[in-house]
Design a binder for this molecule. Structure first.
Ligand code: ARG
Length: 596
């Protein structure tokens, strides 16, 4: 376990002993001991302790005693109970903090236990069922850079929640239904299913979409009944009424789009497969009955010809109530209706504890209204908590939303290709000794890792600038830096004599201790990501860890260490660091190449 969790029950017992039974279960308020640099000071001073117990300040009033006195009473009670195995130093400081310095032997033993734990400290909280809606691109449209983040952040959350023991139900809510499919089906018919234009669906879907859209626009005002626009409109009706021929062509379209998505997922190392598809079309048959139900029960009412759910607390800019339109005045259903059906399914059928949406921040209002409407209809279980992981924009180096010269959103594919190419030049420079094929496979791992890490290391709701040069750098807070740290440890372990069993861990140098302490926090950080749904916390932790390792490696020789016990201990620290790094990177969806 991590030190704070080990200390907590002891402090709770001490609080009861010092202040009385009525303080049972009080929060011990244990925090890492951190120092901020003083004004005008560059470096953070070396911390004087490892942890701080802040309970005295919180409890003083209730105990009717000054905080410092309460702090001292807690310290005395801890000593009385016996604390030497865990902490060597307890010191009352400031207004009533207790500074705690952990015993080297406890830290060393805990690190040794971690090495034997195949979960490297990751806990298993009570398991939940979690439908996780992520990636969710649109059929016959390019996956653009916005989908990069929903895909990468969502996949990292899926991996992390699964590692914590939850049952994640991946839901790739692709846009595969609605009015554009009239023109898309009609265009596919016109160019022919076997044509080169149709093949664009798998390679450059945007071009296919644009061609269909251009035809539609050009004929929009043509009143001839067989104009492209007229046929496209008729096709929508056919599709919605389930015309077999139309459905067959629509399915062809879908298959090709799926092939395109899957190629991108494979290239990015994303865990989504066809089994995770939960497209809008899946709910098509439910939309009519849903609207009838809503109308019959009075949850929805007709307003200006449209069927609307009015909700408390949602008003437009002018103060007018802002409804969820579930059926438009022309009889069509919208994006919100489908999302109500999807949430009903996730809550009632899947019996979800949390329903998570990893989707762009601008859709937040949409989701809050969908949740409120679903709740009002009685289709959301009390236990189901819907959550929106809001995804911020990806910007170009000019600070604007990333676009190509022609004004299109930059495609995901082109970004990945560019990153791999750039990583290739970095690897060519750093490892001229490797053959071309080895370098190419490293470049792929590094390029993809660079993009994913850049995406995951900033909080998901803030914008970030897509700057390839910075992302693929081997130094700084980058994916390649972490991959490199792992590869370096692998090389140390390769060079060590295979017969050398690592450990036991013994801590003498400060850099060893710092590294070991960082390692002990891994499980806690993963658990926190599972709660807060913020993968950037794991990224920050791994970066700190890699830096702690660098500090250790600079100060403590490993392979040349003497005597043999010191070498064995340091090899164990290396092995444990590698396990945590590789495991942590895998939760971010980033691979760690053997060599770099
Ligand atoms: N297809 C949508 C888009 O590209 C995202 C869908 C998100 N998920 C959902 N349940 N609405 O914007």
């Amino acid at each position: 376990t991590d030190p704070a969790s080990a200390l907590a029950p002891r402090v709770q017992a001490a609080i009861v002993a010092a202040l009385g039974d009525e303080f049972e279960g009080a929060d011990p308020v244990i925090r890492p001991f951190t120092l901020k640099p003083k004004k005008g000071q560059q470096a953070v001073p070396a911390p004087a302790a490892d942890l701080q117990i802040n309970a005295a300040m919180a409890l003083a009033k209730r105990a009717g005693r000054p905080p410092r006195e309460v702090a001292q009473a807690i310290v005395d009670a801890l000593r009385e109970q016996g604390i030497d195995d865990l902490a060597t130093d307890l010191e009352v400081a400031g207004p009533g903090f207790v500074n705690v310095t952990l015993a080297d032997s406890w830290v060393a033993d805990a690190a040794q236990d971690l090495l034997a734990d195949d979960r490297v400290g990751v806990p298993t909280p009570p398991a939940q069922v979690i439908p996780l809606d992520y990636s969710s691109p649109n059929v016959a449209k390019e996956m653009h850079v916005g989908h990069l983040r929903t895909t990468v952040v969502g996949d990292s959350l899926a991996r992390t929640l699964e590692r914590l023991g939850h049952r994640v139900v991946r839901q790739n809510h692709i846009g595969d239904w609605g009015t554009p499919f009239g023109m898309l089906v009609e265009h596919l018919l016109e160019v022919g299913e076997a044509s080169e234009e149709a093949a664009l669906l798998e390679t450059d879907p945007n071009e296919f979409y644009k061609a269909a859209n251009a035809k539609y626009k050009a004929s929009k005002d043509d009143s001839a009944p067989d104009s492209f626009a007229a046929r496209a409109r008729k096709r929508v009706t056919l599709l919605q009424s389930g015309d077999p021929d139309t459905l067959r062509i629509w399915e062809r379209l879908l298959d090709r789009s799926k092939a395109y998505f899957n190629r991108v997922y494979t290239e990015l190392g994303v865990t989504l497969t066809d089994a995770d598809l939960d497209g809008e079309s899946r709910y098509n048959d439910e939309l009519g009955p849903i609207c009838e139900d809503l109308e019959r029960t009075g949850v929805a009412e007709i307003s200006d010809g449209a069927l609307c759910v009015f909700l408390d607390g949602f008003t437009g800019r002018d103060g007018q109530p802002l409804p969820v339109i579930v059926r438009k005045s022309d009889g069509g259903y919208g994006y919100a209706t489908t999302d109500i059906a999807a949430l009903r399914h996730r809550s009632l059928d899947l019996d979800a504890d949390r329903v998570i949406y990893v989707v762009g921040a601008p859709q937040n209002l949409h989701f809050r209204m969908v949740w409120a409407a679903t709740r009002k209809a009685g289709w959301l279980r009390d236990k189901t908590e819907p959550l929106h992981v809001q995804i911020g924009n990806v910007l170009g180096t000019d600070g604007k939303i990333l676009r190509t010269r022609s004004g299109d959103l930059v495609s995901l594919q082109s970004l990945v290709d560019a990153a791999i190419e750039k990583a290739g030049t970095v690897v060519a420079e750093s490892r001229p000794d490797l053959d071309e094929q080895q370098r190419a496979s490293i470049a792929e791992a590094v390029g993809v890792g660079a993009i994913k890490y850049a995406d995951l290391s900033v909080s998901h709701d803030s914008e970030y600038v897509f700057d390839l040069d910075r992302m693929v750098a081997l130094t700084g807070n980058t994916g390649p830096y972490l991959q490199y740290a792992a590869a370096r440890i692998r090389s140390i372990l390769r060079r060590a004599d295979a017969a050398e069993t690592p450990g036991p861990i013994v801590l003498t140098e400060p850099a060893e201790r710092t590294l070991a302490l960082r390692l002990l926090d891994y499980g806690k950080v993963v658990a926190e990501v599972g709660e807060s749904l913020e993968p950037h916390r794991l990224a920050a932790y791994l970066f700190d860890l890699a830096q702690a390792f660098t500090g250790f490696y600079e100060q403590c020789p490993v392979l040349k260490a003497e005597p043999a016990e010191v070498k064995a201990s340091r090899l164990a620290l290396c092995a444990l660091t590698l396990r945590v790094l590789v495991d942590g990177l895998s939760l971010l969806g980033i691979s760690a190449p053997e060599e770099m």
